[in-house]
Design a protein around this ligand. Sequence first.
Ligand code: WT7
Length: 649
Amino acid sequence: MSTQKILYQPNPEFAAKAAIKNMDMYWKLQNKAIEDYEGFWKEFADEKIDWLAPYEKVLDESNAPFYEWFTNGKLNVSNQCIDRHLADKAHKTAILFEGDRGDVERISYAQLSLHVNRMANLLKHEFNVQKGDRVVLYMPMIPESAYAMLACARIGAIHSIVFGGFSSEALKDRIEDAEAKIVITADGAYRKGKPYMLKQVVDEALTQGGKSVEAVLVVKRNNEPIEWVEGRDHNYNELITSQHAECPFELMDSEDPLFLLYTSGSTGKPKGVQHGSAGYILWAQMTMEWVFDVKCDDVFWCTADIGWITGHTYIVYGPLAAGTTTLMFEGVPTYPDAGRAWKMVQDHKITQFYTAPTAIRVLHKMGEDEPKKYDLSSLKVLGTVGEPIDPPAWKWYYETVGNSKCAIVDTYWQTETGGHMISPLPGATPIKAGCATLALPGIMAEVLNIDGETKEVGEGGLLCITKPWPAMIRNIWGDPDRYASAYFGDVAKDGQPVYFTGDGARVDEDGYITIVGRVDDVINVSGHRMGTAEIEAAVAKDDSVTEVAVVARPHEIKGESIFIYIVLKDGHINADIKNHINALLSSEIGNIAKADHIIEVPGLPKTRSGKIMRRILRSIAKGEEITQDISTLEDPSIVEQIITKAREA
Ligand code: WT7
């Protein structure tokens, strides 16, 4: 990969004004963190957080891996994102909303405060939502979603957002795991010029289960006809107008949970990733300032959905904590045409644009020259997240979108990390295409082997974070054992368990880290993280299937696609099996889980002890030569048969 070797230096004009202006500044910060870890974090916590009562200890490791940060400190995240800005930013736009159909709404910090206070009162007084209660959000990309998140934060309720693409079954599972008291949803919203529906998915979920739910609060967005369950369903738009405009915020402990966000792991059951308050909001703000270099008058656009961690940290919490303007977009960047995103950059003078490689590939394919039709000169920083970015997409993003003057920050992080971990700093780090470069100051990332030994330059290894950091996951909701084993059970360094990300990576001669991809059974389709075990569990619900194995196959646009091997029960011939399985995946998980390839095979490659050799299946799906020894398989001839089937597919 030749582009990998080229170093792109930061734009000097930009660097002069950047928060971190050069590599000396980077190393000064990082060395301070290495020498005095707690002192490093204390300085920023004192500077950035509006403490309502001081903390007693920066980091408490006594109950590792259940780390505590800023012990006994008190704060409120909604104060951090709203109230403390009202003195000087009341009239500044906090949320700039653009609807699918081009409708624009500007919500100032003062207006945001009013909406959030009212919603907090509504939840508290009409629905008796108390500190610690769980509130599930099944919402479109509309400002009310942000109001609901911040209203929960204000009263100390724990929100759990379920991405609107998940099915009723997946929604039900998440509601039940969190034992949610209330669900907030919308009738639906607009996408590609047409209304789509959400409320009926909630209705289905609550017919199937979710008995803890006492009420459903419905925001009207598209006013399409919806079913109404008397006594359970409540109209937000009617109730909100009579709510009091002030709701005093709850005094929250640094470690009180702020939200849960379910994500996939290597078993069939999704994990409720639990985040805390102080450490999370601190890092959300710091990374806005360091990685995106947001300034007072910037207009920041992150294209993620609020249903993912990227939307939590970089549409809502980070930008608002930093006091900037955040753009929230209901639609898709390719409608009405492939110039939509660039038109929006021009119209709103977007300064930072943050999206996923899969979106860049789509925009590139559909409209290579579209960016040239618009004035994109407001852009300063371009970001990517979610998967490695391939050189052609990177080059187009850098040259055509960024006019070769914007840094590309390839931000590596996870739902569990709360915010960025490894990323270039736009005013400091010389960048290489497709490389996340260096750990951010304060983050101790290392590529190790299973025994915690450092890998040689260029050698692949396990990407670990060897010190706890403020925004890290605190627990898996209701399952502390799984938290400890899933993240701290694999790698120990000097006898101490360290956080293992699940990703493989390598370090090059400049010390730069390149992410290779997941080494566990997690796959990444268009930036959506899915567990192969979860998909297998859904497929196994088909009565005619006896065995199933799911692997990833590289895909030009999506990064990876789902490739399924099935073995049918004896005597079963099912002509419609593929449609049936995709229908099952869509109802069990959601449309994001549809498979590109489903092939029926006579058996799976197994060792004599019955273990499925997934490595062989992955190689076959990729069309690679099988180089490993298959003679030890229970039935070596099966491999040839599978290869033939896969070729036909
Ligand atoms: C997984 C986390 C963090 C927000 C979006 C996804 C992959 C993430 C990068 C990157 C290569 C990346 C990793 C990671 N990933 N960013 N810049 N380069 N891979 O959050 O759903 O928790 O997925 O996404 O494999 O473990 P997530």
